[in-house]
Design a protein around this ligand. Structure first.
Ligand code: GLN
Length: 310
């Protein structure tokens, strides 16, 4: 299996390097528009802790919405299932930054992974803290789950989004109008933009996802990050909502819980078997990595990793 896995990631990286249709890099955040679309990286950590990598697996990229998985984990740790009074658990079927959906649903975002939902999650983490302390908590959590203290926030990306994030500001103000944000809008946005601007490599991201792949446990530190029940539930949300209005298609093609970000990264979880990260900056029409999705589709087929059967 180890050799098969290494062969698979190597073949996938080689195949992806030849693709000319690579999608479009996100340009609504100016700093992300500068990223070279030719990058491709992949990293897989298996149940023994062995890591298979190929391509640009050690180059840091902006994890963007993948950070929403870690933010959700922290918010649930802090306020527990009470969070579900403020955020739903249904797929959205709409764009990740939809404003009309929030209006229809009277300020209760469909799920924690669309932007409106992630803003409520961020608000929950922020309560009782200064923005700086809240961000420190998120970063420390990542250092712990990834076993890596070099993970950092790219301030240039955060500022770039802060300067242009009018849509997120609209969502945050609207949430506040429905009293579903408790902290000042600017503070929630500041923390949100900064956790989206966390930079990680595929290797670091795959390491960070281990607690979701392996029943909530921290494989090296021992003990638990979350209960197995909570890990299962976060995985369920990743499967149903992790790719926004592309979640159904992703489940159909790939068949594993996964979360995408507009930086072109995807974290994928194969329960009991593997934590996977891929990165290719070009996006499809729903804002999900075009080649990243394809790479996961090939990997899941080759390894028989779809959760719906092999
Ligand atoms: N920071 C980005 C935004 O709010 C995250 C979106 C994403 O990765 N889908 O627009």
């Amino acid at each position: 299996m180890k050799e098969a896995l290494l062969e698979a990631v190597t073949a996938i990286a080689a195949a992806m390097a030849t693709r000319s249709e690579r999608g479009r890099v996100a340009d609504y955040i100016p700093e992300l528009a500068r990223v070279d679309p030719d990058h491709f990286g992949i990293a897989v950590v298996d149940a023994d802790g062995d890591v298979a990598v190929a391509g640009d697996a050690d180059a840091p990229f902006s994890i963007q919405s993948v950070s929403k998985v870690f933010a959700l984990t922290l918010a649930l740790g802090k306020i527990g299932d009470g969070l579900w009074r403020r955020v739903g658990r249904e797929p959205s079927g709409n764009a990740f930054n939809s404003i009309t959906q929030l209006e229809y649903e009277k300020g209760i975002p469909r799920n924690p992974f669309i932007n409106a939902g992630a803003l409520v999650v961020t608000d929950a983490i922020l309560s009782g803290h200064t923005p700086k302390v809240a961000l420190g908590e998120i970063l420390r959590f990542l250092h712990f789950v990834a076993d890596d203290e070099t993970i950092f926030i790219d301030d240039k990306v955060a500022k770039s989004e802060q300067d242009t994030g009018f849509r997120n500001a609209a969502l945050a103000n609207y949430l506040r109008a429905f009293e579903n944000l408790r902290n000042p809008v600017e503070m929630v946005l500041g923390v949100y933009f900064h956790h989206c601007a966390i930079a990680m490599s595929c290797r670091q991201l795959a390491m960070a996802g281990r607690y979701l792949a392996f029943g909530g446990r921290h494989p090296t530190a021992g003990g638990r990050v979350v209960s197995s029940e909570r890990a299962k539930r976060i995985n369920a949300l990743m499967l149903t909502c992790g790719h926004y209005d592309g979640s159904g298609d992703f489940a159909f093609r790939v068949g594993i819980p996964a979360k995408s970000g507009v930086g072109g990264g995807i974290l994928g979880v194969v329960p009991g078997k593997a934590s996977i990260a891929v990165w290719s900056p070009g996006l499809d029409g729903q804002g999900n990595s075009l080649l990243g999705s394809e790479a996961l589709e090939i990997l899941s087929r080759r390894m028989g990793w779809s959760i719906f059967g092999d």
